[in-house]
Ligand binder design. Sequence first.
Ligand code: ZN
Length: 150
Amino acid sequence: MQNTISREKAIQLISEIRDVVERKVELSKYYGSAFLESNEEKTELEIEIQGVSNGFLSEILCAITGYDIEVCGEVEKLFPCPCCGLRTLTEIYNLNEGTGYDICPYCNWEDDGTTDIKDYRSINRGSIEDYRNKIQKNHNKYYINKWFEQ
Ligand SMILES: [Zn+2]
């Protein structure tokens, strides 16, 4: 049986299930306190999950419920990371507007406006090239269908 739900409902459902898990299990023991830090405007989960594909949300729902659930709805449009190229950043580096320094949740590169891939950046303790090599060496750690390519 194939169920279809909206993206909004999918996020709500995952959020509620996570709440239950958090009440049953002391997740902070496993993830550290940063995991449970709350944000005034959006929940931790909403921030974590923005810009991810509906297919990825379907996979989470299938993993936790066992049902084949199709998630429909418009995905938040994020900016491409200058390092891995996936759309993971809520803002892009712009000196004039004072934006940037988003950390890519996929490759961990901190967007400091660097475009030269061989440029060593102390803020990142490496170059874009170093980070790209890291991705190549750790296939298993990285999702393929979670984020959108440019
Ligand atoms: Zn990245």
